[in-house]
Design a protein around this ligand. Sequence first.
Ligand code: GLC
Ligand code: CA
Length: 548
Amino acid sequence: MSDRWYTKAVVYCLDIDTFADANGDGIGDIPGLIGRLDYLARLGVTCIWLNPIHPSPDRDDGYDVADFYNVDPRFGTLGDFAELLHQAGNLGIKVIIDLVVNHTSDKHPWFQSARASADSPYRDWYVWSETEPADRNQGMVFPGEQSETWSYDRTAKLWYYHRFYRFQPDLNIKNPEVREEIKKICAFWLQLGVAGFRMDAVPFIIEQTEPGNPDSPKDFPFLTELRQHVQWRKGDAVLLAEANVEPGQLPVFFGDEGGSGNRIHMLFDFMLNARMVLALAREDPEPIIDALRSTPKLPAGGQWATFLRNHDEIDLSRLTAEQRDDVFARFGPDEDMQLYGRGIRRRLAPMLGNDRRRLELAYALQFSLRGTPVLRYGEEIGMGDDLALEGRDSIRTPMQWSALPNGGFSTADPEKLIRPVVTDGDFGYERVNVTRQRHDASSLLSWFERMIRTLREAPEVGNGTCAYVDVPAPHGLLVHRADDVTGTMLFLHNLGTERCVVDLQELAGEAVLPNDVLADREYADPGKLDALTVEGYGYRWIRLRKQT
Ligand code: GLC
Ligand code: CA
């Protein structure tokens, strides 16, 4: 059995500025988060992923870093951060932070120096062109909000490259000093006690950008180099990367051709994400079965991170136009629910019509599919979104703790809050909040606690193999299994509305006292597995066998 902690982790993603405000200035902070660690411990979270914590002009929610060696003073001090790591550690919770080193903020002193003079020691830390590059208007990540990837800097009198917004100039990975600096940044935070990094935009970090070449070569050996460095400084540190590329291109991010996992430990499974959303929209498991079948084989130690919602839009760009249209029609029919022509900027609860059965189904599905589950803050109570906010901010509203003013997030005047709390309608904080759900054993929050506890008893999901069980099954029903030396789990998820019955007696020979460990309701004992009922939008997690 793997003793790598990340294969058994439950990761919870949060942004400090919208989680809990301890000093009443309207912005979440580290002491606020420390005060809520017990909540996360009870939920069953074992690892927190913090969105960027560094000083930043905050034009891209902190993904525009102005100082890699500090925390945003609005969140607290480095001292507070060390305290957070200590307190989290006491509760058995690890902390990983976003490592955003594809680019810096244009306000970062490195860029300010680089643009000011050709003699600056930082000039070559960025990517320049003396002439207007032919691919100036190609490769934008945020179409609609961004019109070019090369912008002219009047001070430097040069063009500079920025894969993302124009205020996020790309660092030049070809420069050995930049490479050393990235390692130093990692080492610094590891020394302070973080358990690893969520690496932002990895395919772009390793891009050896050549002006005029929209398909510049990539420096994969840098990932090997970084991994070695990180692992030497802290043996069990983990790299969890965002690499939203075609599935066939993913294996090289995990390891080199030698077949050993010597690069990134974990990658977000963007393909599975889009396929799960498509499957939920069509009430048909086929896209998931397809995804499971076409998953590239990972080197030992390689792991997927699964998610339904993250802090960005749901990216549907790898679906076909027809598939995307189906998802839009079902989950984001209005134009202001969509983003960049490829995504949905809503939370899951509103997408699913706030239907409790479908919410449970969706999360039971995610948490039972192979890999390490990542959960975005607020999803555990079914928070809504605020489409009046710009772009991706719609799903970045403050955490709803209670029925107190501002949802208990902050004691500041509402107009001082970093973003408004969702106040009205079905998702307003008076209806949807932690305290209320805490007192209700049948709430979504209570369900999440139960589901996560159950997962902790099913290490096959994180450590083992996951396979689609190919049996004649009613339309809408997904049957899959997870196997490891610890035993076997069998999963039934009914994506459709009709009750169905499936015959799985061919698995009976493997079963020892099969029993439901999690289900949407009380079902008859699985018995000989020859007539397993699952209600519409229902699910059953059945322990088939446990190695004793
Ligand atoms: C990643 C982040 C996104 C950010 C971008 C630029 O895609 O997930 O939130 O805007 O990188 O750093
Ligand atoms: Ca504060």
